[in-house]
Design a protein around this ligand. Structure first.
Ligand code: G3P
Length: 219
């Protein structure tokens, strides 16, 4: 599977986000690879209503209904048809482990799937204790790279991460700098079930071509 993180890129915002999701859906259909758009909260409802793909958002907060100005409620994400949520991305980390624990718990209670990011093995081990739907290993220093991927730079860490995740029965996703079918092949060989990618697709001149190329890594 491929999670495509739209981040706050202009190419992944508003009507452009809806158009990009159409491309993801076409490629998912052509390749038969599961592709998940991970969109901004503000675009989620219009994207959910325009696609048959499972739609995720990039963050929820550890709160329920109440006086929480500017926070995102797991319940409301679920109500508009969002299927899952990223938590603890290196660009949106929780201040402390308790807040992450609560966000994951509340997301589950709202029937959202969760993917929690770890920047290293130590963090990954702690995160596995929270039993998210997926755990992801993304070394922050490689996020946004267009030349060096996690699969190229950290193969031994992916292997170890996959062992850790496997003992807990949690599927492992890897990300950071993913930009080729070989990155995906390698990641799967090392034990990941899929990848998270942003720049290579969202900022591509031809996102359909790039994404179709990545799906070849699953064959
Ligand atoms: O969530 C995936 C993302 O952080 C990876 O970003 O730009 O390195 O593909 P990028």
């Amino acid at each position: 599977m491929i999670f495509v993180n739209y981040k706050a890129y202009e190419e992944g915002s508003g009507q452009k986000a809806v158009a990009l999701t159409r491309i993801l859906e076409e490629v998912a259909h052509l390749s038969q690879v599961k592709i998940v758009p991970v969109v901004q909260v503000i675009d989620a409802e219009s994207i959910v209503s325009s696609t048959s793909l499972e739609v995720w958002i990039q963050h929820v907060d550890p709160v329920s209904f109440g006086p929480h100005t500017g926070w995102t409620l797991p319940e409301e994400a679920a109500r508009i048809g969002v299927a899952g949520v990223f938590l603890n991305h290196s660009e949106h980390k929780f201040d402390n482990f308790d807040a992450l624990y609560t966000a994951n718990k509340k997301a589950f209670e709202a029937n959202l799937k969760t993917l929690i990011f770890a920047g290293d093995l130590e963090e990954l081990k702690k995160i596995c204790e929270l039993a998210p739907t997926f755990v992801a290993y993304e070394p922050p220093e490689l996020v946004g790279s267009t030349t060096i991927s996690v699969a190229q730079a950290k193969p031994e860490v992916i292997s170890e991460a996959s062992e850790v995740a496997k003992t807990k029965g949690i599927p492992l996703v890897v990300g950071a700098g993913i930009h080729s079918r070989d990155d995906i092949k390698k990641s799967l060989e090392l034990g990941a079930v899929g990848v998270a990618v942003a720049t290579d697709i969202v900022k591509a001149v031809d996102p359909a071509k790039e994404l179709l190329d990545l799906t070849e890594g699953f064959k």
